[in-house]
Design a protein around this ligand. Structure first.
Ligand SMILES: Cc1cc2nc3c(=O)[nH]c(=O)nc-3n(C[C@H](O)[C@H](O)[C@H](O)COP(=O)(O)O)c2cc1C
Length: 328
């Protein structure tokens, strides 16, 4: 099974929907503040809105007070969450300052009390997302996993980097393997899966049945389909001709179609004005590594309205097709 990771600013309903269409089995919202939720903040509720066609989307909560987290989980469950995930891995200062996210890796007692309170409050599944520890010196993911299992959570996701690493270096998949050995509940492996080969290698090293993908899906949502196709081929199923040509100019051409689809879904979700600015950061990921894309990136970053975005994307597609014909 494949999951789309929670990514603040990116795991929006339109992007989740595209990833579901491309084969993701479940997904997470962007992280939602438990405090904000119980205060009834409109913006906070916005993060929990689900789009038609979402298969199984969990709401990810961050916070440090067991009672607040439990109440927020109850509200999320009432508002359509398929499951609750607790964020014990976020390294961002704004979250750490309020003792949320990865700072709970330094207080496993409190982490356990939060998890127990949430598990007790909701009937839907509860998962937790952790890192390898605060620093290499105080690596404690196995202890954290055991605390969470003891509290009754259904699965643990590990992004095997230390908080102090942020996103630098490579994630250490051995930690995922070790956590799987130590726990009886499901362990979801995460970190640096950007192509089919990474997925196969992570599965080989860890034995995970569920893998979570974050950055690898940004601007490349068809990665889910690629992996699903490779699994089907492994099982002897004929998956037909590949829709997207691996890494080649065929992939580049279909990027313009994905960008337009993502944009139109965002328009239908947020309205034209918001879609134009919201999509800028997503467009950057789609255009990463596309030859000659600089001019289009600049135009998209300054496009004033939705029709302008559409026309830029149309000419991007024409240009890519032209180039593809020349090469073919
Ligand atoms: C832009 C961005 C935003 C993220 N936001 C969250 C978040 O809200 N909650 C969370 O638990 N992890 C968050 N993460 C971490 C990812 O969920 C994931 O654990 C991490 O990126 C490693 O996986 P990857 O190598 O597949 O990207 C974020 C990562 C990125 C790049």
């Amino acid at each position: 099974m494949l999951a789309l990771a929670p990514m603040a600013g990116y795991s929006t309903a339109p992007f989740r929907r595209i990833c579901y269409d491309e084969g993701a089995d479940f997904a997470y919202t962007e992280m939602v503040s438990a405090d904000g939720l119980i205060r009834g903040g409109e913006k906070t509720f916005e993060y929990m809105r689900m789009m038609e066609g979402e298969r199984f989307t969990g709401v990810q909560l961050f916070g440090s007070d067991p009672a607040v987290m439990a109440e927020a989980a109850r509200i999320a469950a009432q508002n359509g969450a398929a499951f609750i995930d607790m964020n014990f891995g976020c390294p961002v200062k704004k979250v750490i300052r309020r003792n949320g996210g990865a700072s709970l890796m330094r207080d496993l007692d409190l982490m356990g009390r939060i998890a127990a309170a949430v598990v007790e409050t909701v009937e839907i599944p509860v998962t937790a997302k952790i890192r390898s520890g605060w620093t290499a010196k105080d690596e404690n993911y196995v202890e954290a996993g055991l605390v969470l299992e003891g509290a009754g959570v259904d699965a643990v996701v590990i992004h095997p980097r230390y908080r102090t690493q942020g996103f630098s270096g490579r994630s250490n998949w051995e930690h995922i393997a070790r956590l799987r050995e130590a726990l009886t509940i499901e362990v979801i492996g995460n970190g640096d899966v950007t192509d089919v080969e990474d997925f196969i290698e992570l599965r080989r090293v860890t034995g995970c049945r569920i893998v979570m993908i974050g950055r690898g899906a940004l601007g490349r949502p068809w990665l889910f389909r690629r992996i699903k196709d490779s699994l089907a081929i492994e099982a002897g199923v004929d998956v037909g001709p590949e829709v997207v040509v691996e890494g080649g100019i065929g992939e580049t051409v279909s990027i313009a179609d994905f960008m337009l689809r993502h944009f139109e879904l965002t328009v239908s979700w947020d309205g034209e004005r918001r879609a134009v600015s919201e999509m800028r950061k997503q467009f950057k990921w789609y255009l990463r590594g596309v030859p000659g894309a600089k001019e289009y990136r600049l135009k998209l970053m300054s496009a004033a309205d939705a029709d302008m975005v559409r026309s830029i994307l149309r000419s991007l597609k024409e240009e890519l097709v032209k180039r593809w014909r020349k090469l073919a």
